[in-house]
Structures are given as C-alpha cells and as structure tokens.
Design a protein around this ligand. Sequence first.
Ligand code: ZN
Length: 431
Amino acid sequence: MMRFFQSLSRGGAAALLLIAGCKTAETGEPPKPLSADADRIHRDIAWLADDQREGRGTGTAGNDSAAAYIARRDEALGLTQIVPGTYLQRFTARSAEMAHEGHPEGVPSQNVVAMVPGTDPALRNQYIVIGAHFDHLGRSSAHASDPDAKDAIRNGADDNASGTAAVMELARQFAARPARRSIVFASFTGEELGLLGSQWFVEHSPVPVDSIVAMVNFDMIGRLRNDKLIVYGVATAKELPAIVAAANVEPKLVVSAVGDGFGPSDHSSFYTKGIPVLHFFTDLHDDYHKATDDAPKINAVGEGRIVGMAERVVRAIADRPTRMSVVRSAAPVGSAGSREGSNTYLGSIPDMSAGDVPGLKLSGVRAGSPAALGGLEAGDVIVNFGGKPVTDLYSYTDALYAHKPGDTVSVTYLRRGERRSTMVTLGKRGQ
Ligand SMILES: [Zn+2]
C-alpha cells in the first residue's frame, strides 16, 4: 500500500456501513464454502518476501524475479494469456516523483496478467479483475517508515506479498472451477511509486475496460487479528453490501465494510474508470513500510479465511445474470468538497502503532518540512488542525486536505501530555 499521505482518500472512515444481518438480495444457490490453502499461501509469501528478492523494488532484479515466479504459476495452472505470447505486460514505469529523484526516463518493469475464461458464452466477454501489487520498497528508504534503517531490505511480506499470494491462490481455485464470467488475474508493479502498474493496466487494458464489471483488490491481508477484516468499496455498486455480507459464512470474520472506492491502493485506478471495486485489508501495524515486515509475522491461516470469503464474493459477482449497478462518486464517499487539497503537505510521519491514542501520534517529521519548521517532533500527538478536531488518521487527513498549499494554519498537539499550539505554513507535495 502506498504511504497514506500520498493519496489517502478523504473521509474513508466516515462511510462505515453496518452489513451484519444484511439479507442477500441475490438469487440462486448459496455458494458452497471452499477452503483456501494456508500452507501454499505461506510458501508463496515466504518466497516473495525472501531477502533474495531484495524487497521487489520496481525496476530491480528482485521485482523481475517475482514477476517471473507469478508468470510460471500462471503457466503451470494453464491460464490464458491475454497479452499476446506472454503473461507479462511490460511498460516503462515513470512518474513525476521519479523525475524529481533524478530518473525522468523511468525504469522498465511489468505487470503479470492472465485469465480463466468464463463458461457462459453470453457472459464470458465480461470480466472481473482480481488484483494485487507485487512490488514493494526494495532497499529504498524513500517511502519507508524506518528511514533510519537506510538501505535495509524491506521485504514487504504483508505489503504486499500477502495480496500477491491471494491472487495466486484464487487463480488456482478458479482454474479448477471457472465461473460464468471470465476472471482476469493481475499482479501490479509500481504501486508504491504511485499506482503506476494499475494505472498502466486501465489505460492499456488487455480486455475492454467497459467490459470489466468489477475489480477486487488485496493489499495487506496477512495480519488478521481478532478476526477483523476491512472491506473498502462496498458503496461502489448497489449490490455489493449484500454480496459481501452473504460471503461471510461461519466461522464469520468481523467485517468493517467501508463505502469508499478511492484509496491508497490499486483499486482506485479502476474506480476512477467507473468500475465497481472492493479492497480487502487487515489494517495497519507497527511493521508497515519497515524492514521488519517479514514472512514469519504473517497469519496464513487467517489469510486463507479471507481468500475463501473473497472467492465467494467473486463467484457471486461472476455468476450473476446481470451486471451490478455502478454507483459513481466524483469525490470519495463521505468527503466534502473536491480532492484539490490532496497535494497539501505537512511532512509529518504518523506512528501507525499508536492505535489507541486519540489524535495523530507522530513517529517523526521530515527534515525541513512545514511540520519541522513549526516545531513538531517525534512523539507529538496532533489533536486539532486548523480548528478541526483530530481523532485519528482519517480526521487528520480530512483536515489537512481541506487546505491548500501555502495556507497557514494552527496546529494543537500534546507533547508528553502538555497541550501546545503552533502555526505552520503548508507546503506542496513533491516540492
Ligand atoms: Zn505499501
């Protein structure tokens, strides 16, 4: 998953929908529970997150090696190639940020794409994309939460070997038992650099974009704790809340269904194209974007349960007689105003481990950033930003993005329990 402050959608938490007890509106037989293979999931994560892959940074040998691994699996499963002659969708990964860091020419990289054709002649020209990014930070500290670890390998076991393994496991399940519609399996590169692989995919789609009826994304699903699963995007099609609820069979997961179809991962590229999306996520943790996000910390049994639920969701969508009803949203659900403030920059580094702290605890501030110039430092807890109370990451991001670069705002924070205020002049991301 991209660093939150690159693109965290506004108001994501405001759109919590309660889906427990929702009765399914779907017709036909209930899908049979299937069990995903936790051992296989764990082996795939361990391979992808091994030091030999050097953190799968986009444009590195480790990233290419991971892509080849996924492609070999697609071939072994007998999946259909939808890019002529290959499972690789090659392109040059390029971004304004890479230009800023001295690589305007970009780097060659690749998505991995394959398909299980649908069984229904009337529906097989419609597609559901199951996706996850397989790239991670490599040895770069640029988006790391532990910049002090310098060029240590960030293996990204949860972020996002876990999602990649889920896509491979679902490919196995659908190859064994295809659905009525065709299922495309897409592993994206360049996500951590700004959703580059998924953006390339939707702009150069190997299947017609308007024939993609849904996209189901997995990013960080390897840390199931207390059975708590977050599913974003349920408000992007009218039928999704009921489909998601019906797929959560005994023993049930504790699902927080969130409406928002925008967010800091690859589903956002598809929702921007008007495609209903779901995004599965087992929440942040202290190892997020650190060298300590390693395979032994993965809950593979928990991930297997999530994959099982996701398979039921995908089958329900893929076997429907009709397409779902898209619910488009110009701005993220639950937010007010436009996204024009989303390049506003403070330079704070959130402490993702501080779950219970009311406010936004900082693990640090970027040198020379507006936050640093305003006197903020590691350990401070922001409780008010520009007159708006800050209770968590979401309310903070809402408050930040309500302002433009150049605005001067008051920030109230707690330092060792003492309440303080300062003024900061907000900057612009990338400058
Ligand atoms: Zn990430």
